[in-house]
Design a binder for this molecule. Structure first.
Ligand SMILES: [Zn+2]
Length: 319
């Protein structure tokens, strides 16, 4: 049997698992090396993987980029290769050209997160299961467990919700915050990790990432208002997802922002979801608790998720 190497390529860290050992290296990314060209960063990535993947191995890569998983073409990633659209990057072709002996398999990191979530937390009766990650970026992915598929569009995408316009009752200064993609008032401009500071600034709220949880625990009103504001677009998004898909039985919420504020994020999110606003609302607190799973640090393992996708646990399909 060939060796399997699992790789998680994020904006900050490149993690490589082989056997029981995990090696963590600084990512060759735009975040780490501002000013370095995308071509140069890609060359560094290929050199590093070439060094770490043994002859004839299978390499499953969870990749923090919008990605067409069927042909291994990356459609860009701000954290990895810079904000400007870099055009299509034929990542699978580049890796296969350098190392034709390796069986490369590229998986988007949200897809890998979804596979890990479904493996760990889906119940036998769950029909559709979604995973929403809230970290430096925001994206969701939904799997149809009834047919073991993750449907994607003609470009290979699904659930790129971070760059939709945020639904929010916040003041205009919040609604017009810029997004890393160049847009304005996107879900990511209000609810992502970097956005919390930006929202705090325009609301004139003192914010410190290290003491935010303890301020919330102490019942600080400004901190509660800040949390309510950054959670609102996420709650509206989830409300829409559930409204449009009556078979959506389970939604995992992960990523550094949600996991880091775990109990506070869960209380705020489930509270907003259970608000009754019209006769059409069916989200009782019990139903919300049944659907929503707030992930704790360690619940989601994208390396295991990438392996599961490569093993056929869920099939990404354009059909
Ligand atoms: Zn955006």
């Amino acid at each position: 049997m060939s060796t399997t190497v699992s790789v998680d390529l994020g904006g900050t860290w490149l993690r490589i698992r082989r056997g029981d050992g995990i090696e963590r290296l600084p990512s060759p990314s735009a975040i780490r090396q501002p000013g370095t060209s995308a071509d140069d960063l890609l060359r560094q990535l290929v050199d590093t993987l070439d060094l770490h993947v043994p002859q004839g191995a299978a390499a499953n890569i969870s990749c923090g980029a919008a990605l067409d998983e069927q042909n291994g073409v990356a459609l860009g990633s701000g954290p990895l290769w810079g904000g400007a659209p870099t055009g299509e990057i034929p990542l699978l072709h580049i890796l296969s050209s350098r190392r034709p002996d390796v069986r490369w398999r590229l998986v988007n990191d949200v897809t890998a997160g979804l596979a890990s979530f479904a493996l760990g937390f889906a119940r036998p009766t769950d029909r559709h299961v979604a995973y929403l990650t809230i970290s430096s970026g925001i994206a969701s992915r939904t799997a149809l467990l009834t047919e073991r598929t993750i449907p994607v569009d003609h470009r290979g995408l699904q659930g790129e919700v971070g760059h939709l316009r945020a639904s929010t009752s916040a003041p205009e200064a919040v609604r017009t915050l810029p997004c890393a993609c160049g847009g304005i008032g996107h879900v990511s401009s209000i609810s992502s990790g970097p956005a919390v500071q930006a929202v705090a600034d325009v609301l004139d709220i003192r914010y410190d990432v290290d003491t935010f949880a303890s301020s919330l625990a102490a019942g600080d009103r400004d901190s509660s208002r800040l949390l309510r504001t950054v959670v609102e677009p996420i709650a509206e998004l989830i409300r829409t997802m559930i409204t449009l898909d009556p078979r959506l039985d389970r939604i995992g919420i992960g990523g550094g922002v949600a996991e880091g504020l775990w109990e506070f994020y869960e209380r705020e999110l489930t509270g907003q979801l259970a608000e009754t606003r019209s006769y059409a609302d069916s989200l009782t607190p019990e139903r919300v608790a049944d659907i929503i799973h707030l992930c704790r640090p360690g619940d989601i393992d994208t390396l295991a998720g990438a392996d599961a996708i490569a093993d056929g646990f869920l099939r990404v399909t354009k059909l």
